[in-house]
Ligand binder design. Sequence first.
Ligand code: SF4
Length: 342
Amino acid sequence: MTTPRREPAIENVPLPEEKVDAIQRGLLGWFAANARDLPWRRTRDPYAILVSEVMLQQTQVDRVIPFYERWLDQFPDVTALAYAPTADVITAWAGLGYNRRAVNLQRTARFVVEERGGVFPSDVADLLALPGIGPYTSGAIAAFAFEQDAAFIDTNMRRVLHRVAFGPDVPDQLRHDREVIPVARQCVPPGRGWEWNQALIEFGALQCTARKPACLICPLRPECASYPVILGALASVPRGSRKKTESPFEGSNRFYRGRVIDALRGAASAGLSLQELGAAIKPDFTDEELAWLLGVVSGLVRDGLAQTARTVAEAEVPYDIAEGDTGGGTTGDLASVRVRLP
Ligand code: SF4
């Protein structure tokens, strides 16, 4: 394990020191008593931490655990993932959704293997330079793999810090991230970045939840700028009003992108013709929809999730679909297009 590094001191410290001490004591004490035993908390392998963090984006902890364990059996290290056929990577991701995450994960692995000799950097700035790694993930790898005192926030961590430092986050957040992030930096106890950030994540997931924070048994209550008004504020927010307005998923292009990938996962390596693919994803598919389907497929090709080829006189030749190309050819032209996993 490497020596913990500290983030540079910040100016304009936003919270009084005694309040920070009390928050740190309260949260770390709570974590010691309530931490779940999660597989990614038993490792300091940056590759495994990266896998867990990518899987945990948009997927619940309980669902991620079996996927994480199977993934590490199949792709035990960054080299194994980098050299795996992309089709195997996409197939192994089945059931987690948002398939681009799998392709991006492999892209990061390939960069680490090809450009950095298979060794992950330990600095937030260097991690941030890896393809597919954003501010949250770079902080998480620095803290959870290299035990650095990194400060970073996701939705749950932001909610806890905002409530404790500034007040209720409903009906709207009072403060911008540029004010919340300095609080995150200030609160990391020196030398305890791993523990602190795990605690903050766990606290947001189990105690200070979005809709039902357990304020009455909260160790941070004396320090919390939201207590007790948060309970009334949440009660006044009509149910469902904080949910994002999303277009219905079924029938959307995202829905059909997922169905195309599922169909290709179940197909032989030669892939499927556009007509076969259409019939597999839509029971009432007609030839009039081939151009639309080619548009869906072209988006998947751009994201590295699919490949296309055109069958010409029994031979396959690469068929590059230009961005925004939705076919434009005749039904006969489109019938020669085959689609498969990369
Ligand atoms: S008192 Fe309530 S709002 Fe404040 S940190 Fe605790 S659970 Fe969250």
